[in-house]
Design a protein around this ligand. Structure first.
Ligand code: ISE
Length: 354
């Protein structure tokens, strides 16, 4: 396969960002098709990205050749089945993922699926089982933080054992504002899910129990929305993590993680760029959203997904990771309602994948 022909399903904020990334700066790949229920949006994007010249010399990449034409295919299932689409990026809303993932598996199409994998643990497990039947890993889940250079360095440091055994994580996840209609359970399933994956990855164990509680809500959020939220995870190896998620923080986008180990702690996300000290104040700029803060992570994620797909592999979070996160979030939403800890019971991995 000389050049991976990629189709993007769903070209809202994240899908459009990925489409642009593939068309302009991912080497070894080209954007051939996009699909979105908002056809005008899809048409406009296709027109903008058709024939894009490669940004040669873009940081970290060898540049891409001219992109060529991008067509709009209204039906996402038709895009997935199309003979000239080798691989798919799914950036549609989570509720559409299950059907589209099954279609990718049916047509043997490698897929980078934005989180959440699906809306609940049962359907996520069905996806894991269906992929296992295909006999090849075709699904990679878009937990892009694993590709962020700061998180990757933190993981390396913790795995090196230099600080002794890792005991716990403190996480902060703040968005400037959430889109209209972003409900309490979406804060768990669409935002906190990143910390669910990060905790499993950094602490190297499954989450066995989750508690989600909420203080009085910000007066700036819609009635009934519980924002911010505080969660505590217990992991199978005895480690723990806490998370504050506040998706209407107003100020800007901020993601921090402090790992506490036996002989020290390490913190990431303190803000890069220029820090100033002036007029009795210190500080720097905050990015407005995740596309800016995690731009490099998304670039690396998509480039590595393309390279692995060409080799017939995946290189990142698996369908199992997506399932485990879905199961934790389902329990988290239950806990948010009851205020009590909820146990997470996963299927037996060896039995499912053995
Ligand atoms: C969004 O969907 C993301 O994936 C961002 O990384 C996250 O910070 C945000 O809270 C989500 O809504």
């Amino acid at each position: 396969m000389s050049e991976l022909r990629v189709g993007v399903v769903g070209v809202g904020i994240m899908g459009a960002d990925h489409a642009e990334r593939v068309a302009r700066q991912t080497s070894g790949a080209r954007l051939v098709a996009v699909s979105d229920p908002d056809t005008a949006r899809a048409e406009a994007l296709a027109a903008r990205l058709s024939g894009t010249a490669g940004a040669s010399g873009a940081a970290g990449f060898g540049g891409a050749p001219g992109n060529g034409p991008v067509r709009v295919i209204n039906d996402p299932l038709e895009l997935i089945a199309a003979a000239d689409v080798d691989a798919v990026i799914l950036a549609s809303p989570g509720f559409a993922h299950a059907e589209q993932l099954f279609a990718c598996l049916e047509h043997g199409k490698p897929v980078l699926c934005e989180k959440p994998l699906t809306m609940d643990a049962a359907s996520a497990l069905q996806v894991v089982e269906a992929e296992h039947k295909v006999g090849r890993q075709l699904i990679q889940v878009g937990f892009m933080r694993r590709f962020d250079p700061e998180y990757a360095e933190l993981k390396q440091l913790l795995d090196s054992g230099e600080l002794g055994r890792t005991l716990l994580l403190h996480n902060v996840h703040r968005n400037q504002s959430a889109p209209p209609g972003f409900r309490s359970e979406m804060i768990v399933r669409d935002s906190m899910v990143h910390e669910v994956d990060i905790a499993r990855w950094l602490l190297d164990a499954e989450i066995t129990q989750i508690t989600v509680q909420a203080p009085k809500p910000s007066s700036l959020v819609d009635d009934g929305v519980r924002d911010p939220q505080l969660a505590v995870f217990q992991l199978a190896n005895g480690t723990m993590a806490d998370v504050e998620v506040f998706v209407n923080f107003q100020v800007g986008y901020e993601v921090r993680c402090e790992a506490v180990a036996e002989r020290g702690s390490a913190t990431i996300g303190l803000g890069s760029g220029v820090f100033t000290r002036a007029d009795g104040q210190w500080g720097g700029a905050m990015p407005a959203d995740f596309r800016v803060r995690f731009a490099r992570a998304y670039d690396i994620e998509v480039q590595r997904w393309v390279d692995a797909t060409v080799r017939g592999e995946i290189d990142g979070p698996t369908a199992w990771d997506g399932y485990a996160a879905a199961a934790v979030c389902e329990a988290g939403i239950e806990s948010l309602t009851s205020g009590r800890p909820v146990d997470v019971t996963l299927a037996d991995k060896d039995e499912v994948l053995g």
